[in-house]
Design a protein around this ligand. Structure first.
Ligand code: NAP
Length: 282
């Protein structure tokens, strides 16, 4: 039995869909904090169990009878290490054979502010004795594609990523990779640096929007503080504006670039192109 945490999230739902192509629904447990939100998953025949990262005691029942766990990193930034610890401790008590964790690309050396909690979680895993695999996911292409309506409204893509190259892939690509790892033997100890096949800069991203939308959209590179101010001005909360601006600066230093092609190797097909993702968003 395979437990997927964060199963009502955008990645979690895609992982369940990918797993359903490889194993019976009765072998899959969706661990969710909001059971109401998981009605669609239950309708697929998947077991739905309540578990909250912030309620350590909820995880023993959630992992009961499971062999493998996909720990999808929490979205509650700042609380994540402690939250992930609850799942790892329960996995140890349950004798889980493989825990796969969605970390961040090059977590061990990453300059991204958000990498700290991933490094801490990886250290917890190493110390736990639970057999684990690391799915070090790069950026979702959707992170930028979601900004296309704003770019069209403003006539430009704004950021502070300079000429940094981004090897992003879609959530569906990463989800498929997770499903492969969860249904393939001998995964313990594997560390995957997962990223898209074809890297691009934000200027190239803007050019792709221009090409497909038939309108001139440029890229405006701002100093990090200015970009953060612009995000705050657009109504983003302080922590998110800080995180996005910091991440863009990380991009400018190559933090989200990778050319190892481990993701396409794992899923047995090329990763989704930027052009396809932009077309879908448009
Ligand atoms: N690689 C990237 O570019 C990138 C970008 C953004 C985020 N991420 C990371 O990747 C993860 C998955 O991405 P995503 O797009 O699927 O994010 P998402 O749609 O926000 O999903 C996050 C999931 O975590 C669950 N969750 C949050 N707090 C929880 C708690 N206390 N207990 C139990 N579950 C909790 C949410 O539950 P609800 O459904 O009940 O809200 C949701 O199912 C994120 O959480 C984040 O750590 C990566």
């Amino acid at each position: 039995m395979i437990v997927v945490t964060g199963a009502t999230g955008q990645l979690g739902r895609l992982v369940i869909a990918a797993l359903l192509k490889k194993t019976a629904a009765t072998n899959i447990v969706a661990a969710v904090r909001n059971v109401e939100k998981a009605q669609g998953l239950a309708a697929l025949g998947v077991h739905v169990r309540h578990a909250d990262y912030s309620q350590p005691a909820s995880w023993d029942a959630a992992l009961h009878g499971a062999d493998k766990v996909l720990l999808i990193s929490s979205s509650e930034i700042g609380q994540r290490t402690q939250q992930h610890r609850s799942v790892i401790d329960a996995a140890k008590r349950a004798g889980i054979k493989l825990l796969a964790y969605t970390s961040v690309l090059h977590a061990d050396t990453s300059v991204l502010g958000l990498a700290a909690e991933h490094r801490e979680t990886e250290a917890l895993l190493r110390a736990s004795g639970v057999p684990f695999a690391l799915l070090r996911n790069g950026w979702y292409t959707e992170n930028y594609a979601a900004g296309i309506p704003t770019a069209l409204a403003l006539g430009a893509v704004y950021g502070c990523a300079g000429d940094g190259r981004i090897s992003s892939a879609t959530r569906a690509d990463y989800a498929e990779a997770a499903a492969v790892v969860l249904t393939t033997n001998n995964q313990a100890g594997n560390v995957y640096e997962l990223a898209g096949d074809n890297a691009y800069t934000l200027s190239e991203f803007a050019a792709e929007i221009s090409r497909q939308a038939g309108r001139a959209i440029g890229y405006v590179n701002l100093p990090e503080a200015e970009y953060k101010k612009a995000l705050l001005g657009a109504g983003l909360p302080e922590f998110l504006a800080e995180l996005l601006a910091n991440s863009d600066t990380g991009v400018s230093k190559g933090a989200l670039f990778d050319e190892g092609q481990q993701l396409s190797t794992l899923i047995g097909r090329p990763t989704t192109t930027l052009a396809t993702a932009v077309a879908a968003a448009l």
